[in-house]
Design a protein around this ligand. Structure first.
Ligand code: FRU
Length: 552
């Protein structure tokens, strides 16, 4: 089926076949990036033989080579699955890999240690599980099925070799994360209290805790990522948790008090689950690592399918990983992080089409003539005459939000405007990604980034949402958006990565040469001045297999 073949991506990370979920233990070691991932060797659905898939890349987090899977559920403590975990790179270059195993009979979740068989092998092809696993059992009072996904360890103030990790859980309906101390990764001590707890948020999966720099130093890359153990002045922490109950990734900025082993959010109204999400579309189980090669903190995240489950076995695969992004503190707003696709993505582009400072009238739709519109990287900036906010009859603070406001067809005086991507010539299928500028409190502009899927596919059973969220726009800034399309995935973000929306879109019409993109302005009053560059991104067909799988 040509449509199903076409849905496979060309620059997003995907296994060669079968089901994938969370990214696991990302790291940089002896010149190679490693990504491990939850992978089902038995087929294109999640199952009880979840293993660790493994791939490496020496260049840019884009040119991946598939390696044999690293771990398979074959021990009493992980027979039901080798689940999510993290890598810690120790000062002597050694690695400690922790993961969650689930037992077969009682479904007990325990934490296990694994080591590379040959640490001098840059590809880390073979892994061995520690002989006296598990290294941590669920403590008294914690549900045996609610204890998983250990984090990367950071240095503890208790002494040079002492390290801390945290593991997500819940007590009743309160999401929590427990803190453990270790010096050797084989014995662990549960510390008193919890790192953090938020009532009503349910089980916390895939907790991630890391520092971000608040200093305005301009290093060469301007990225300024921090190693996991950095603390002190000029540092804030991000606590991210994945909510099992609603399958979204939430984060808060705050202070990690190492003496008390607690995380305190900067603003209780922006606590985990109350405030911000890493993404407002389809995105889950994100995990970062510190790229010591480029001094950046890199964010990975799992993007599942939103078409019919029954289609996955026909495709032979399910899910992909979002483009790795560097993640930094937004020094301008002070209230959020910024996510930026790694700069190498740009070197992937070939032909481009540029519009410079063009005025688009209300109600216009203008084609962007770039071939290969299935694989695009678009950057756009928009200027809107906001004095219209004073003259328009639109009411103040009408409470616009993407999901409940009728999509791209709902017209306001200053929006929506943006791009129609993965569209066909006749616009019978299209996915609008747009900014909506509403009249917020005190008559000031309030922007939203939205993705509207209602007309994205004629295939049956595809989930169709209107995703999105508000995005802070500071005085003097233009509106801006970046959109990456790669066959069945659209990744969008606004204002240099303040707000992000990933969506899966399954067009049936715009495949291969038929794919088109358009600019649109559906405002009723405002004309929009836009500058826009659309690059066609290269295809990367991954060699198969790089190393034959000795285990299969
Ligand atoms: C999150 C998750 C983790 C678990 C893994 C199992 O998607 O449920 O909590 O370790 O996936 O595949």
């Amino acid at each position: 089926n040509v449509m199903l073949v076409w849905q496979r991506t060309v620059f997003h990370f995907q296994p060669e076949k079968n089901w994938m979920n969370d990214p696991n233990g990302p790291l940089y070691h002896k010149g190679w990036y490693h990504i491990f991932y939850q992978w089902n060797p038995e087929g294109a659905a999640w199952g009880n033989k979840i293993s660790w898939g493994h791939a490496v890349d020496s260049k840019d987090l884009l040119h991946w080579y598939h390696l044999p899977w690293a771990m398979y559920p074959d021990q009493p403590y992980d027979l039901n699955g080798v689940w999510t975990g993290s890598a810690t790179t120790l000062p002597d270059g050694k690695l400690a890999m922790l993961y969650t195993g689930e037992t077969e009979d009682e479904l007990v979740q325990d934490q296990c240690l694994a080591d590379p068989v040959n640490p001098t092998d840059p590809l880390l092809v073979d892994w061995v599980k520690y002989s006296v696993n598990p290294v941590i059992y669920p403590p008294p009072g914690i549900g045996v099925k609610d204890f998983r996904d250990p984090t990367t360890a950071c240095r503890s103030p208790a002494g040079n070799d002492t390290r801390l990790i945290t593991i997500g859980s819940k007590l009743g309906k309160t999401g929590i994360s427990l803190v453990y101390e270790t010096t050797n990764f084989t014995t662990f001590k549960l510390l008193y209290g919890v790192l953090h707890a938020v009532p009503g948020t349910g089980m916390w999966e895939c907790v991630d805790l890391y520092p971000v720099s608040t200093k305005s130093v301009i290093v060469i890359t301007q990225e300024n990522g921090l190693d996991t153990s950095v603390h002190g002045l000029g540092v804030k922490h991000v606590l991210k948790t994945s909510f099992d109950d609603d399958k979204h990734d939430y984060y808060a900025l705050g202070t990690y008090d190492l003496q008390a082993d607690t995380f305190v959010p900067d603003d209780p109204d922006l606590d985990v689950g109350i405030g911000l999400r890493l993404d407002y579309g389809k995105y889950y189980a994100a995990r970062t690592f510190y790229n010591q090669n480029k001094q950046r903190r890199i964010l990975w995240g799992w993007i599942g399918e939103t078409d019919l489950e029954a289609v996955d076995p026909m495709k032979g695969w399910a899910s992909l990983q979002a483009i790795p992004r560097s993640i930094v503190f937004d020094k301008k707003t002070g209230t959020n992080v910024l996510q930026r696709p790694e700069e190498e993505v740009e070197s992937w582009s070939t032909r481009s089409k540029t519009f410079h400072d063009i005025s688009f009238e209300p109600g216009s739709v203008v084609p962007i003539h770039v071939t290969g519109a299935t694989q695009l990287d678009i950057t756009a900036s928009f200027e809107v005459d906001e004095t219209l906010l004073e003259t328009t009859s639109e009411s103040h603070d009408a409470g616009y939000d993407c999901s409940n406001s009728g999509g791209a067809g709902t017209r306001g005086s200053l929006g929506p405007f943006g791009l129609l991507v993965v569209a066909d010539e006749k616009l019978s299928e299209l996915t609008p990604v747009y900014l909506y500028v509403a009249k917020g409190g005190e008559g000031k502009a309030k922007a939203h980034l939205c993705t509207y899927q209602t007309r994205s596919s004629m295939a049956s059973g595809v989930e169709k949402d209107v995703y999105g969220s508000a995005v802070p726009v500071l005085d003097g800034e233009n509106y801006s958006a970046r959109i990456l399309t790669d066959h069945s995935i659209v990744e969008s973000f606004a204002q240099a990565g303040r707000t992000s929306v990933r969506s899966r879109d399954y067009p049936t019409k715009d495949i291969y040469g038929a794919a088109r993109s358009f600019f649109f302005n559906n405002a009723t009053e405002a004309s929009v001045r836009a500058s826009l560059k659309a690059w066609q991104t290269k295809s990367f067909i991954r060699p198969y297999p790089f190393i034959p799988d000795p285990k299969s």
